[in-house]
Design a protein around this ligand. Structure first.
Ligand code: PHE
Length: 359
């Protein structure tokens, strides 16, 4: 076989090698210790010097050429393998996320957004206070002195004090009413605020949980009366429940921080666990209210001879149950995903009056 035939044979073999293993076989057959090119090299010794010089140069050229072809083929095979792998592992990181399940807004958050929108429309801004509250803000400033029986009714959670520290312990606020004091102290009168938030009482059954939500309302001006309170609450309920007929019942009541005081119930029905508003023969208490007691104004630095107004404290979880027909309060706080998916709201629909509160 002459060199050009040998060349043709191996260049072809290199081109035809389908993978690295086949390529290696070709290399061994040609350039390996016992390979064909090596065998030809061994014959050089028997040639005369002139012949050997020419044949040696030719053989070396061929050896280099086959070697280069082997390397090129090897690189091409590696590239092809990488392409193949990239194709199978292809991932478009620029695609938008496709969550298998969208998160949802908890009914309590939804209702807070809804009532904030309604009261904002009536000129109320949002005030806040801490959940760990001092004894003074939670009780004394609200005309509930230490020996007052109303303190027992609040089933209060007390915070810990170091041994030997005899100051009254802080409490987990039992209602949002301390925010009345904070808001009036900070802003003075006139004032119109709501204060939605968490409150705590040691209580647990189908309609009570140790943590629940209230929204406080406070409107102080020179001539605000019970009539304004009644209109405001009725207007709120009509807007909130999004039904034509809402029936409220004002019952005379007593709170140390309001005089006179009224509790408000709303008419509803419960047919097979399905709650409906504005019909039926059941009443659910949804709020306490009244005219702010002069001592409360005084405690917050507002002159009761000049200013007067109303306050109310409404149960947010209760009105959420009523509006959205949710029968068991405890389920609100169990973080059961099935419950959240069923009762939750679309994450990006912010409630507002013009487009409807709960689309
Ligand atoms: N703080 C009272 C409660 O939690 C509700 C209330 C607020 C009553 C404001 C009157 C005025 O029961």
């Amino acid at each position: 076989m002459d060199l050009s035939e040998l060349r043709g044979k191996y260049i072809e073999a290199v081109a035809g090698a389908a993978d690295e293993a086949a390529l290696e076989e070709v290399r061994i057959a040609a350039l390996g210790k016992k390979g064909e090119i090596s065998a030809r090299m061994a014959t050089l010794g028997k040639m005369d010097p002139e012949e050997r010089k020419a044949a040696g140069a030719m053989l070396n050229l061929l050896k280099d050429e086959i070697d280069a072809a082997l390397r090129a083929r090897k690189a091409a095979l590696a590239d092809a393998a990488l392409d193949e792998r990239l194709k199978s592992e292809w991932l478009d990181v620029t695609l938008p996320g496709r969550p298998r399940r969208a998160g949802s807004i908890h009914p309590v958050s939804q209702v807070m957004d809804e009532l904030t929108a309604i009261f904002a429309d009536m000129g109320f801004s949002v005030a806040e206070g801490p959940q760990i509250e001092s004894d003074w803000y939670n009780f004394d400033a609200l005309n509930i002195p230490p020996e007052h029986p109303a303190r027992q009714e609040h089933d209060t959670f007390f915070m810990h004090r170091a041994a030997g520290d005899n100051r009254p312990p802080h409490v987990l606020r039992t209602h949002t009413s301390p925010v009345q004091i904070r808001a009036m102290t900070e802003q003075g009168a006139p004032i119109r605020v709501i204060a939605p938030g968490r409150v705590y009482r040691m209580d647990m059954d189908q309609t009570h949980t140790p943590m629940f939500h209230q929204v406080e309302g406070l409107a102080i001006d020179r001539d605000i009366s019970m009539a304004n309170l009644k209109w405001c609450l009725e207007e709120f309920c009509r807007a909130f429940f999004e039904v034509d007929k809402v029936e409220l019942r004002f019952r005379a009541s007593h709170f140390p921080f309001t005089e006179p005081s009224a509790e408000v119930d709303i008419r509803y029905s419960n047919v097979g666990g399905q709650l409906k508003i504005g019909e039926g023969d059941k009443w659910m208490e949804i709020l306490g209210s009244g005219m702010v007691h002069p001592k409360v104004l005084q405690a917050a630095g507002v002159n009761p001879d000049e200013w007067q107004g109303f306050a109310f404290g409404m149960g947010i979880d209760r009105i959420a149950m009523l509006k959205y027909g949710i029968p068991d309060l405890r389920a609100f706080f169990e973080a059961d995903l099935r419950w959240l998916r069923h009762y939750g709201f679309a994450a990006l629909d912010l409630p507002n009056l013009p487009s409807g509160l709960s689309r």
